[in-house]
Design a protein around this ligand. Structure first.
Ligand code: ADP
Ligand code: ZN
Length: 214
């Protein structure tokens, strides 16, 4: 039996989807079950995520518990994983660099189960950070949806709002400590203004004033 367990190969599973779709809840559920199974688990989360006030602890009913280790890049994940670890869970992976793909592959090659949770689309609906690449490499993918706060349909998009209004596409993908907020919305209710009117007019006027060839 022990030999069988040892012979098993590792793999990558990705929990993707919009904000508020329950990715963290699902990650916690999987980690809790791995703890119940007696697996040696390590949990990481991006240092950019402060939803838990710096604390992210998962406990199982039998009293076992682990704390999330904050990481700022993929190299830190690689350095912090102990060789005897069996399950590596990473939350908010969209904030990490593309190197997390190679790290996840290397850990899976080393027979570890790698569970990665993250928002796969940014507020524009484009692939977010390394998530697209991770989805391509994963053995198993679950894409969760939330509820559209406008119409109640399944939500698949992240709506960024600034002062309650849809934020323009030009903003930075990651806004640290900004005054913006987010909502889960369906495709129909998702709004990303391409460029605000004043900026568009400015570009036109510059054209008229002979900016061609500059
Ligand atoms: P994620 O990690 O995907 O951002 P969480 O696991 O942190 O999601 O939170 C999921 C929980 O958020 C849901 O169980 C629900 O209680 C709550 N929630 C708040 N807003 C919404 C919404 N618009 N749609 C679905 N769930 C929502
Ligand atoms: Zn909607």
């Amino acid at each position: 039996m022990a030999m069988l367990r040892h012979a098993r190969s590792g793999w990558i599973e990705v929990i993707a989807g919009v904000m508020f779709s329950g990715k963290s809840e699902e990650l916690i559920r999987r980690v809790r079950r791995a703890l119940i199974a007696g697996r040696r688990v390590q949990l990481f989360k991006s240092h950019l995520d402060d939803r838990y006030g710096g604390q992210f602890r998962i406990s199982s009913h039998d009293g076992r518990q682990i704390d999330a280790e904050p990481v700022s890049n993929s190299t830190e994940v690689a350095e912090k994983v102990h060789p005897e670890t069996q399950v590596v869970a990473i939350d908010e992976a969209q904030f990490l660099d593309d190197g997390i793909c190679e790290v996840a592959d290397a850990l899976a090659d080393a027979r570890m189960r790698v569970i990665v949770a993250g928002t796969d689309m940014d507020f524009r609906g484009e692939p977010f950070g390394p998530m697209g690449l991770l989805l391509a490499r994963a053995e198993r993918i679950d894409k969760l949806s939330a509820i559209c706060v406008v119409c109640g349909d399944p939500a698949t998009k992240n709506q960024r709002l600034i002062d309650g209004k849809p934020a323009p596409a030009e903003g930075p993908t990651i806004q640290v400590g900004g005054a913006e907020s987010y909502e889960a919305r369906c495709r129909r209710c998702h709004e990303v203004p391409k460029r605000d009117r004043a900026q568009g007019e400015l570009v036109l006027r510059r054209g008229e004033e002979g900016w061609e060839g500059v």
